[in-house]
Design a protein around this ligand. Structure first.
Ligand SMILES: NC(=O)c1ccc[n+]([C@@H]2O[C@H](COP(=O)([O-])OP(=O)(O)OC[C@H]3O[C@@H](n4cnc5c(N)ncnc54)[C@H](OP(=O)(O)O)[C@@H]3O)[C@@H](O)[C@H]2O)c1
Length: 327
């Protein structure tokens, strides 16, 4: 079978297609014929060495497919079942073994491409909007990269909770997508010469001078200062990623000066801790997709052997919604 292998950390060119040994399920594991692989920004951090992984390495935490075989002691899954996952490294492959506890059953009404597109980013949007900062109709949120994979889903879930959403995007096309997802105002942060002053000013103009209750910031280095400056008194900055680079150390005294602010740096694993929590979040996300309440945009698909092009597109801000690899 074929898989993408990177022999050492580096730019997208290290992602090469290779013949790999047929995986066999060990006890507690399930062998899956992969239908679609979800590409996520974290895959680029791991490939480039920003997040440590051991090389040679096959990227990919997310995918969907059909169960081919189950290992010993597996209950709850059988050959033929449709499944998805988002925390099993090595998913850029035609066949993978996944621990049974990391699998989600995909409802019949959700197709496998959509399942691969919504599992990681949908669960992320769910914990960000319902738990990290529990949004309600009394809140205004600022969501950076509003037309990205997480951005489009987070905007929809935030609006479904009654919150008012302001987003940032870098192109006209992304602006239209973000508005269609429910953003009431879309700001072009790419056109702001002094982002850390211009963005807070634009946000305050939209919020009677108050600022927003929460900023969801997955862009990181480029936006962090502007995000802090856009918060209302006692607002929360949810720094959930660093698409533009990691945020350097900063002086906690800035939280005092900014108005008793909060900063958190959440990670998906800490919001999917128990079987019950996983079932609750996945149940809500898949039901929202099945009912049509949550629209999942697949912005681009690539054959598995073009994984490097998928990474280049994601890293150059050339994508909107979800990027999938098709084995
Ligand atoms: N903490 C968690 O558990 C968790 C889980 C999932 C994702 N994440 C994080 O969420 C963020 C979004 O992930 P995603 O997979 O949905 O990606 P994405 O938002 O689809 O893609 C990243 C977007 O960030 C924006 N961006 C701004 N400056 C950029 C730069 N210098 N380089 C590249 N992109 C830039 C671009 O949108 P514009 O063109 O509109 O600027 C780009 O499309 C990432 O930081 C990711 O690590 C975190």
């Amino acid at each position: 079978m074929r898989a993408i292998v990177a022999s050492h950390p580096g730019d997208a060119s290290v992602l090469q297609i290779a013949d790999a040994p047929e995986p066999r399920p060990l006890a507690g594991e399930v062998l899956v014929d992969v239908a679609a692989v979800g590409v996520n920004f974290i895959d680029t951090y791991q490939r480039s060495g920003v997040y440590p992984v051991s090389f040679p390495f096959t990227p990919g935490l997310e995918g969907s497919g059909v169960v081919a075989e189950v290992g010993g002691a597996v209950t709850g899954f059988a050959p033929g079942d449709r499944v998805a996952w988002c925390s099993s490294l090595g998913s850029y492959a035609e066949r993978v073994t996944v621990p049974a506890h990391a699998l989600y059953a995909v409802p019949d009404s959700v197709d496998l491409r959509t399942a691969a597109a919504v599992t990681l980013q949908g669960l992320t949007a769910h914990f960000l909007s319902s738990s990290t900062f529990r949004l309600g109709p009394e809140h205004t949120a600022l969501v950076h990269a509003g037309a990205g994979g997480v951005g489009l889903l987070l905007t929809q879930l935030a609006c479904a909770r009654g919150a008012r959403v302001i987003t940032t995007v870098s192109t006209e096309e992304k602006e239209a997508l973000s508005r269609a997802a429910g953003a009431s105002a879309v700001l072009r942060y790419d056109q702001m010469p002094d982002l850390s002053a211009d963005l807070p000013a634009a946000v305050r103009e939209l919020t009677n001078g108050d600022g927003v209750d929460v900023v969801y910031d997955g862009v990181g280095a480029a936006t962090f200062d502007a995000s802090l400056g856009s918060l209302a008194v006692r607002g929360m900055l949810v720094l959930f990623g660093g698409a533009s680079g990691q945020v350097p150390d900063f002086n906690l005294q800035r939280l005092n000066a900014g108005g008793s602010l909060f900063v958190t740096r959440p990670s998906m694993g800490h919001y999917l801790r128990t079987e019950q929590e996983r079932a609750w979040r996945a149940g809500e996300v898949f039901s929202a997709v099945a009912s049509g309440e949550l629209n999942v945009r697949v912005g681009a698909t690539y054959p598995l052997d073009q994984a490097a092009d998928a990474h280049r597109a994601l890293e150059s801000r050339g994508t909107s919604g979800k990027v999938l690899l098709l084995p």
